[in-house]
Write a protein that binds this ligand. Structure first.
Ligand code: G6P
Length: 615
């Protein structure tokens, strides 16, 4: 959470910083700020509570000149959202300004030490301690900024991606990383960019370096990028090419990124399968499985770890691996797994799922699994993020940058990769017949077309949405593969419309939630035609008998449920195991349209952030 961006070069920094913050706003948006050093050597710091647009409004009429600057969009951890607590924070003398993403865990100890030496603090943040500490070390030891940063970071416990400017040295930005992402971009014209991810940089250059933990980068005008570690040993991080296109970072005519991303899903899944499923549609090739065949095929057990939507995808993965590959699977919240002393065997395969590849709890779960000697397989979207770099191998979902905070296309991308992985392992382990394997591969390739059909429900859902805006609580019911779809549908609604919603296995409803059902509570049932169809019809009857209002997702042509439900939404038929890829679409649209009807900021729901880099 929190997004950081910086620029030093020949151009005016302000527009680059503002645009960069807008691209990073998905990481947090309760306050924002920037620091610029102008040509007279003045360090101007501007901060505002609220979104980046509020910062821009605040900067009108101010001196925003300068070719060097840093900027930050915040998701509060220590200290309420306010302009005082917004970054950049500056040092006591006003000489240094610093931005930070992460948490300084020992900030209170450091703060007490600095306060006892007469340093006054302005904010309630952990971050301010860093900038004060660096200046204190600089002045009391009479050393330069780089050395002071190295000494300070040796004293710090926690996570950080930081960037610092010094008004006495306006030709340099220093940045450093420990467990929070940081990318540095550069071009041949002596411009340097830094950011939490590549999206603010992609417009200007495709040459980037993803810093590693412990790296400190010196971005100095007229010099090549210089990277050292905390002990001043020169590092040689690899230069990578970014492949994000500008179109992927813009809304493309849609009012919100979320809607754009919902509609992109058919193409995203085509991209996800491209080059992995052959033209004859009878073979899936995942290079990660070729390279580590033995480890994966002989897995004694699979443990899936993830958070939020990624955890929901994991629940679908469990059913796929168990039914197709006959491998036992456990699905764990990464945040619970990491603190639970789990039993991990050396022949376990731990599958870590994460859109951002930066979720702190998932990273910690991977670390735990690695220490226990398990083989760790990553399923990630963000290219070059921490998770793909720290796992033994893995598969990118290749759905392009996801900007809307509520995950949509990443979810269906994750389920598609899990489907391809399960089919590959099942084929290798001979737990399904060759014929069945081929039928399923063909069906998987047809999913994007069926998604397009499912997206045609948009208008119907837009018409229905106003009916549900009054609701205080909603229930989502599904069974089998559709149970995680119910969980995900409920999560989408909670996240962006702030209506309380619960996903439940339909048959479990009678063990509790049934007590809540009355005519005020909308009940959404995923009732597509599968082996549990008849049972789900009984569950719908149970809801109806208590006056509940049912909206059902059904397979096209279904006439039975039409007689029972208040509303039906028809979906194309597919194999039961791929149904989540289709059924999640109307639930994403439903959450979206309800939130729009309620006037909510769909892409930036309150209190949430897209990338949760704190535990
Ligand atoms: C946050 C996001 C969710 C996401 C979860 C896990 O809570 O708001 O949309 O599912 O983090 O993120 P990851 O990047 O690890 O998939």
């Amino acid at each position: 959470m929190c997004g950081i961006v910086g620029y030093i070069g020949k151009k005016e920094a302000y527009p680059i910083l503002i645009k960069g913050l807008q691209r990073l706003e998905y990481r947090g948006y309760d306050s924002a700020g920037l620091a610029l050093i102008n040509s007279q050597g003045n360090l101007n710091v501007y901060k505002a509570k609220g979104k980046v647009a509020d910062l821009e409004a605040y900067c009108v009429g101010k001196d925003i000149s300068g070719c060097v600057g840093i900027a930050h969009t915040r998701w509060a951890t220590h200290g309420e959202p306010s302009s005082v607590n917004a970054h950049p924070h500056y040092s006591a003398s006003g000489r240094l300004a610093l931005i930070h993403n992460g948490i300084i865990e020992n900030y209170l100890t450091l703060k007490e030490k600095l306060s006892s030496r007469g340093i006054a603090f302005q904010s309630a943040t952990d971050t301010e301690v860093l900038v004060q500490l660096i200046e204190y070390i600089m002045t009391s030891n009479d050393i330069g900024l780089l050395e002071a940063v190295q000494v300070a970071l040796h004293q710090v416990i926690g996570t950080y991606a930081i960037a610092i400017v010094d008004r006495m040295h306006p030709d340099t930005i220093i940045c450093a990383r420990q467990s929070s992402p940081l990318v540095v971009g550069f071009d041949a014209e002596d411009n340097f960019y830094l950011a939490s991810d590549a999206s603010p940089i992609a417009e200007y250059t495709d040459q980037v370096v993803y810093l590693n933990d412990g790296d400190i980068a010196v971005l100095q005008r007229g010099q090549k990028l210089h990277v050292v570690n905390l002990d001043n040993v020169t590092q040689h991080p690899k230069v990578k090419q970014i492949d994000v296109t500008l179109g992927q970072l813009e809304k493309g005519g849609y009012p919100f990124f979320m809607l754009k991303e919902i509609f992109e899903q058919p193409d995203c899944l085509r991209d996800c399968m491209r080059g992995r499923i052959n033209a004859d549609r009878d073979k899936i090739t995942l290079s990660a499985v070729i390279d580590f065949r033995e480890k994966l095929v002989s897995a004694r057990r699979i443990i899936i770890v993830g958070c939020g939507t990624s955890w929901h995808a994991g629940l679908i993965g469990k059913q796929l691996f168990e039914s197709l590959c006959r491998i036992p699977v456990e699905v764990e919240y990464a945040s619970e797994f990491r603190y639970r002393e789990p039993v991990i065997f050396k022949d376990d395969v731990v599958v870590a799922i994460s859109q951002s590849g930066e979720t702190a709890d998932t990273l910690a779960a991977i670390e735990l699994a690695r220490k226990a000697g398990a083989f760790v397989f990553g399923i990630c979207n963000a290219i070059g993020a921490s998770i793909p770099r720290m796992t033994s191998t893995g598969v990118y979902i290749h759905v392009g940058p996801e900007i809307g905070v509520a995950s949509t296309k990443a979810f269906t991308g994750q389920v598609t990769v899990l489907s391809m992985l399960a089919l590959t392992l099942a084929n290798e382990r001979h737990t399904i017949s060759e014929e069945r394997y081929k039928e399923m591969v063909v069906e998987l390739t047809q999913i994007p077309d069926k998604m397009e059909q499912a997206l045609k429900t948009n208008e119907q859902i837009e018409r229905l949405a106003p009916i549900f805006t009054y609701a205080k609580n909603c229930l989502y019911l599904g069974r089998g593969y559709n149970y995680p779809v119910a969980l995900e549908g409920a999560l989408k609604l909670k996240e962006i419309s702030y209506i309380h919603a619960e996903g439940y296995p339909a048959a479990e409803m009678k063990h509790g939630p049934i007590a809540l059902i009355d005519s005020e509570m909308p009940v959404f049932v995923i009732a597509t035609r599968d082996k549990l169809y008849e049972k789900v019809i009984s569950n719908i009857q149970e809801v109806r008998a208590r006056g509940g209002r049912v909206t059902a997702l059904v397979t096209e042509g279904d006439t039975r449920i039409r007689q029972l439900a208040d509303h039906v939404i028809e979906l194309p038929d597919t194999l039961e195991c791929f149904q989540p890829l289709i059924a999640s679409i109307p639930l994403q649209l439903l959450a979206y349209h309800i939130a729009v009807c309620k006037g909510k900021d769909v892409d930036r729901p309150r209190n949430l952030a897209k990338s949760v880099t704190v535990e």
